[in-house]
Design a protein around this ligand. Structure first.
Ligand code: GAR
Length: 218
């Protein structure tokens, strides 16, 4: 059974989706610990209420010492015996040391169809750009922000009258759908990275590498 560490900075809805899927036996892995760089992140309390250990490594204690902070976070994760790391709204740029430490075993979710709209407010960027199709991406983490090899994406329509809130909600529903899937594949040892491409070994009936939301386009 793989042990999963989840990093977050905020409300933690993706963390809840991952933990619930693990607890339901849908993923051959168990949540080992949830760590935040912000002690006030609501996701920490949500993790504890799901029976998952939660800890803060406050970024403000490490001002200007980014790698030291990353090493402190990794110490907490490694102490908990973590095999896989999932970034779930962890709003921090990772140092090359941290990325290397978890190479090939760290996933991130981003609320845009990468490589479009990396960085902050992916949904707002998509809306302001005027795209008709938005979505989300789960990818392996590499040294660049929101950049590594893509595991799965889901697309949603941008509807007339959408604002950042309505579009974000539509995307978030898909985030909660694809992140547990990607974690399952990684925990099952079925993901192989070939350059920029990720290959899923074996069949997953009805589940291609991309999902399109069934939401109607009006
Ligand atoms: C999610 O929409 C996630 O995709 C995004 O932060 C939100 C966290 O929500 N992550 C990024 O923008 C990373 N660049 P959550 O705390 O409810 O999971």
């Amino acid at each position: 059974m793989k042990r999963v560490g989840i990093l977050l900075s905020g409300r933690g809805s993706n963390m809840v989706a991952l933990v619930e899927a693990m607890h339901a036996g849908e993923i051959p892995a168990e949540p080992a610990i949830v760590v935040s760089d912000r002690p006030e992140a609501p996701g920490l309390e949500r993790a504890r209420s799901l029976g998952v250990a939660a800890a803060a490594v406050p970024r403000k204690d490490y001002r200007g010492r980014r790698e030291e902070h990353d090493r402190a976070v990794a110490a907490v994760l490694d102490e908990a015996g973590v095999d896989i790391v999932c970034l779930a709204g962890y709003m921090r740029i990772l140092t090359p040391w941290f990325v290397g430490h978890y190479e090939g075993r760290m996933l991130n979710i981003h609320p845009a169809l990468l490589p479009s709209f990396p960085g902050l407010h992916g949904q707002r960027q998509a809306l302001e750009h005027g795209v008709r199709i938005a979505g989300c991406t789960v990818h392996f983490v590499d040294a660049e922000v929101d950049h590594g090899p893509i595991v799965i994406q889901a697309a949603v329509p941008v509807l007339p009258g959408d604002d950042e809130e309505t579009l974000s909600a539509r995307i978030l529903a898909q985030e909660h759908r694809i992140y547990p899937l990607a974690l399952r594949w990684l925990a099952e040892g079925r993901l192989r990275i070939e350059g920029r491409r990720v290959v899923l070994e074996g069949e997953d009936p009805g589940l291609p590498g991309a999902l399109v939301s069934p939401a109607p386009v009006s």
